[in-house]
Design a protein around this ligand. Structure first.
Ligand SMILES: [Zn+2]
Length: 286
């Protein structure tokens, strides 16, 4: 037993294979496999090219795009209307029990409602959102008119009236607040320029305050946005009445254009502005 033991002790090194060749074989096999895989494009790693030439950019970007993105034919977006995002409060003066100034043939409350409804139509056709203080023969208190405009966060307030002076005066006036902002002044000037272009008997100017020089008209004082009051000719003057009736459409269009121009001047193109509510709020603070 002792000799066997001794033999075994001697033989052992030769029977045990050294682990080194086996390891070498494994490494060689692995390296060979990786090399072959890489060469034939089976493996993503490119271990054997120290300076792999980068694939052309077009090749990289084009392949996944073609594979993943289906061809979509973009529908042309409809052109936004120039007035989108603008809110205008139109206030036809008087109404109901309050006829305004009148003659035997006509009442101010009826004339201004007709013009105001025409203005609404023209403005809405341009994408402007219109809020009316009244759309029929209803009496509305002055402060309620202002509240309607303020609550709607209107960008502009346009009150529509006709004038009276006992038959001695004619032509158009526009009123603004003593504290009119630049924007309100610009709106007033722009509307007057438009009315002149259409044709009025006399430009009596853009004026501040009120006819009786007793501060601002209530609707100009209590509205939070740029506001103007239009006196669209004298109701007892035949030629003013003729122009008022004949030019109702054209006046409405020119007033609408003045709104768009003023907005463009102070706020840029409505179509470019994504957030009209922020501008409405900013305007309301003026
Ligand atoms: Zn009036």
């Amino acid at each position: 037993m002792s000799s066997n033991y001794g033999k075994r002790a001697v033989k052992t090194p030769t029977r045990r294979k050294s682990p080194v060749p086996v390891l070498l074989l494994i490494v060689v096999l692995l390296v060979g496999t990786v090399a072959a895989g890489s060469r034939f494009g089976l493996l993503p790693l490119n271990l054997f090219h120290r300076n792999p030439s980068p694939a052309p950019a077009a090749e990289i970007s084009a392949e996944p795009a073609e594979a993943s993105a289906p061809v979509v034919v973009a529908e042309p977006e409809p052109e936004p209307l120039p007035g989108e995002g603008i809110i205008v409060c139109i206030d036809p003066g008087h109404g109901g029990k309050d006829p305004g100034c009148n003659t035997e043939e006509r009442l101010e409350k009826d004339d201004v409602l007709k013009l105001a409804l025409c203005m609404r139509e023209k403005m809405e056709a341009q994408g402007i959102t219109v809020v009316m203080t009244r759309e029929d023969d209803t009496f509305i208190k002055l402060m309620d008119r202002c509240e309607i405009a303020n609550k709607a966060h209107a960008n502009y307030y346009i009150s529509v009236h006709r004038n009276t002076a006992g038959g001695v005066a004619y032509g158009n006036e526009i009123w603004k607040s003593y504290n009119a902002t630049e924007e309100a002044s610009s709106l007033a000037d722009s509307i007057m320029a438009g009315l002149n272009q259409v044709g009025i008997q006399r430009d009596r100017g853009v004026q501040e305050g009120s006819q009786d020089h007793n501060g601002d008209y209530a609707v100009l004082r209590a509205t939070n946005m740029p506001s103007v009051l239009l006196e669209m000719g004298f109701i007892e003057n035949k030629k003013d009445n003729k122009l008022f009736d004949k030019n109702m459409d054209a006046y409405s269009e020119s007033i609408t254009q003045a709104v768009l121009d003023t907005w463009q001047e102070f706020h840029g193109d409505p179509a470019d502005s994504g957030d009209s509510s922020a501008e409405a709020a900013a305007s309301a603070a003026n």
